[in-house]
Design a protein around this ligand. Structure first.
Ligand code: BGC
Length: 429
């Protein structure tokens, strides 16, 4: 029989974006890196991706795929985009402020850009959407990058000054602040694996960045609270669900403990006492083997080849309950250009979140990643995460079918179990 899974009253429903990925026209360390690396990335795509991915997304072999450029032109079209989000019954929205626009030179703040973001926040409020404002989604102003970027011991000081200014300017209309987006993605991709700028493979740099980013968060937390006592401040934390590849193996279980410590717990513990809520971002389920690293079976995958395993969110939520703080899911999404798996993905995720809530986990909101198709960092434009499809030639917006299904969930503050069953079939395929 059809049953409705109801969510708590006041639950926040929405989607996320980040400045560099959708605004267009940014100038930061990523834009510089893109210019230098586009040709290499286009060449490497030919051997990196599987043949089904290459034939489905031939644009991955072109240089322009790797240049953020106009992105989704959201800087100029945010009102139109928020009209769409409102029409989809979202009552909250997460976005990020581009620090390099606000402070293009050390200590010089651009009033025109501050006004721009005032406009963004007002546009959300006018449409009845609660703004979740992220202060740093990986992009640094160039002057800061020259000083060593995230590795610089001055990073926390400069970040806190910028956070204080943002709280002074917008504290009257913003309740929820996210300081740093996914410190672990930065530590791993920029400083350990050497994939993202500044492409280091150096464990002492990585350890230093645990320090600078956690310090930056704590300082910003204090500055924001000094301005707005009632503000709610957190950071966006990517957490992965780790399981032992061989459940009976002592060493594989030990590898899980190590991965959990460095990946999920360490940064959280370093910021203890400086979080008003936890912001969970979930994409990965990893089966860890002591000798073989990560060995995933990847049965049902996204266009990026990432395994779909929404149950992982449930286990992570149960663990996070132990921190005794309200939890928001500030990102969860998939690249799915054909929009065949998105409805099932969302519905299945919400089923697991609902189960966690029923078992006492204080989850207060869900933000799908992403509202719009966007620039997916070193992968460029081909992965399509959006509820809304972007035509990058005309900049036209087209609401995907899954966005309408999600809109019904938002409207009802609940999920019909038959959509979940229907959609589970699609996932199983
Ligand atoms: C990031 C987003 C990114 C998404 C999908 C998250 O880790 O915060 O910027 O687009 O994952 O890869």
């Amino acid at each position: 029989m059809e049953k409705e899974l109801k969510f708590p009253e006041g639950f926040l429903w929405g989607a996320s974006t980040s400045a560099h990925q959708v605004e267009g026209g940014t100038k930061n360390q990523w834009t510089e890196w893109e210019k230098k690396n586009a040709e290499r990335l286009a060449k490497e795509a030919g051997s990196y991706w599987q043949s089904w991915q290459r034939s489905k997304f031939p644009e991955m072999m072109k240089n322009e795929n790797y240049i953020s450029g106009r992105a989704a032109d959201h800087y100029n079209r945010y009102e139109e985009d928020f009209d769409i989000a409102k029409s989809l019954n979202h009552n909250a929205h997460r976005f990020s402020i581009e620090w390099s626009r606000i402070e293009p030179e050390n200590g010089k703040f651009d009033e025109k850009e501050i006004e721009h973001y005032r406009g963004v926040i007002t546009a959300l409020r006018e449409r009845g959407m609660e703004p979740f404002v992220c202060l740093w989604h990986w992009t640094n102003p160039l002057w800061l990058e020259e000083k060593g970027g995230c590795e610089s011991s001055e990073f926390p000081k400069y970040f806190a000054r910028y956070a204080k200014l943002m709280a002074e300017k917008f504290g009257d209309s913003v309740n929820f602040w996210l300081t740093i987006n996914e410190p672990m993605s930065v530590i791993s991709n920029c400083y350990l694996q050497g994939i993202w700028p500044p492409q280091k493979k150096n464990s002492s740099s990585a350890l230093r960045v645990y320090g600078t980013l956690s310090e930056a968060h704590k300082k910003a937390y204090k500055e924001i609270h000094a301005v707005s006592e009632n503000a709610k401040v957190g950071f966006a934390h990517i957490v992965s669900y780790f399981e032992a590849y061989n459940k009976d193996s002592y060493l594989d279980n030990l590898a899980v403990k190590i991965a959990e410590y460095f990946g999920n717990k360490k940064f959280l513990n370093m910021t203890k006492g400086h979080n008003d809520f936890l912001a969970l971002q979930y994409y990965f389920h990893n089966r860890v083997s002591f000798f073989g690293g990560v060995k995933n079976e990847n049965e049902s995958v996204t266009d990026l080849g990432w395994e779909i395993y929404q149950e992982g969110m449930y286990h992570l939520l149960k663990w996070m309950k132990g921190y005794g703080l309200p939890i928001y899911i500030t990102e969860n999404g998939l690249a799915d250009a054909d929009d065949k798996k998105r409805t099932a993905f969302i519905a299945d995720g919400l089923k697991w979140i609902h189960k966690a809530i029923e078992e006492g986990v204080p989850v207060r909101g869900y933000f799908y990643w992403s509202l719009l198709d966007n620039f997916e960092w070193d992968k460029g434009f081909w992965p399509r995460f959006g509820l809304v499809e972007i035509d990058y030639v005309t900049m036209g917006r087209k609401v995907r079918k899954s966005a309408l299904e999600y809109a019904e969930i938002c409207r009802k503050n609940g999920l019909e179990t038959d959509i979940e069953k229907k959609s589970q079939k699609t996932l199983d395929r």
